[in-house]
Design a protein around this ligand. Sequence first.
Ligand code: CA
Length: 614
Amino acid sequence: METTPLVSDGVIYSTSSWSMVYANDALTGKLLWMYDPKVPRQWAVHACCDVVNRGVALQDGKLFVGTLDGRLVSLDAATGKVRWDVQTTDKTRPYTITGAPRIAKDKVIIGNGGAEYGVRGYVSAYNIDSGEMAWRFYTVPGNPDEPFEHAAMEVAAKTWGGGPWWEIGGGGTVWDSMAYDEKLNLFYIGVGNGAPWNREIRSPDGGDNLYVSSIVALNPDDGSYVWHYQTTPGDSWDYTATQHMILADMEIDGAERQVIMQAPKNGFFYVIDRKTGKFISAQPYATVTWATHIDPDTGRPVEAKGARYEDEAIPAFPAPYGAHNWHPMSYSPAAGLVYIPAQDIPHVYAQDENFTYKPGFWNTGTDSIPALLPTEPVAREAVKDMVKGFITAWDPVAQKERWRVTHEGPWNGGMLSTAGNLLIQGNAEGQLVAYSADKGEQLWQFDAQTGIVAPPMTFRLKGEQYIAVAAGWGGTFALTAGEDDNSGPRPNYSRLLVFKIGGEAKLSPVPDRPAKLVFTPGEQTASAEQIDEGLRLFHTFCYVCHGAEAIAGGTPPDLRAISPETRAKWDPIVRGGMHWEKGMVGFSEVLSKEDADNILAYVTEQAILALNKD
Ligand code: CA
């Protein structure tokens, strides 16, 4: 659950997995209507980061939602009836939509995701009433032999070289954050990483690769380019600039500035002039090793030696999970603080020496094996100990942390701060916690019985203030992290929770989950070479959903714990696509029978390891 609920006229609107939309009475929770866009479940294979959705946009009784399979749907807010439904992506490419649309005047704007699988990023604007496309802004250049779609692409193309990036798509997907400044009539988009991650493969002649990992300001009337600021020039680390952008006015060095604030994945907190795009300041808000600092004169990062892992693998902070991911940060003008749900996660970046483009599949151009935890126990624990999650209360003017709340681990919920000096966050441990916004003192907590990643929101109705949050565990870290997620799989119970002072409802009890895993691997019959090949294939095709080292995060099945019956159906499932209706499509295009057997040998080996540990 990654949705931010919206409240209007006593109705609370939210979304869930598979892009479903719910309208509930905001006072009672009574379901008024629900809309299922019927996303084909096999589309999940194109989603890097779970089948999530971050919410709806709403204007004048018209509701808008993006769907995982690339549609933008408009609903009547009163009834949930479809007003229009348009395909915003090329269905022959692995595009997905998980972000919420945004509205600027009479247009609704939507981006997309899928850079890791090979797509070209863009945002599209549609007329709110007719659903007709008004404009499209591409974020990265296409095939240079074809005409540029708009002037900004001609500029961007000069910063790419030695392709053919356009075959893989180039990336630059706008998969989450966008913001509109009505007064300036500027529409800001946060642009994602390049595809593949590794610039050495994407653009071997180097270059900044505009507009990957950038904030771009557009004129929302026609989608024309106004300015850009690139947080990670020539990105090679999956350091997206798709993170939440906060527009605020504040006094800096004696002058009133209109700023945009962002804490992108790369670990630096940026304050940018939102009128001009001019760099104001940046400092690291978490552990950062890929760059030493941001040059105050140029606004460009000064990269650490070897950071681009061209000659050898390099351990670095942040990981592709980011020092901060999509989980919204918040700003309290009263406290003068930005609250960032931050994390320290190390990662070993390494070239994929044998990279070949696999259309529709995982294409990062990096080798995921060196990034696994060491097998040697002392080293393994040492790396796991580096993995941390925390709230940093950040002073954006002084560019300094004022205080910090430490969590048990990373991947905690988005933030809400209120004028009543409250700071509220759900966390990975399943607690919804209120702190004082000025000092970070814990005031209250509630056991939500499930991990929380979504941000709380607040609304007032009939003179009372309410806090709403979508509880439920999931997302990319939950799926992929394996034992880095060191408290093990958490239960997922997707529920919308609403609170007020004196609220008396009790959460209904949930069954104990996850049930203890039972390992029945049987005998290992494969050779060491086969197991090794299985490890490589598993971490090419399987781990993004089923977890590093086949240790799953609690939503898709933990393959180490499959039953002998499932084991007997391995090939029909893995290559035949027997469970496509649950999102597990057949991989016969890319895996031979022998490949599938080798993956099973590796999974068996991991199950034996787990069994011996028990
Ligand atoms: Ca990415």
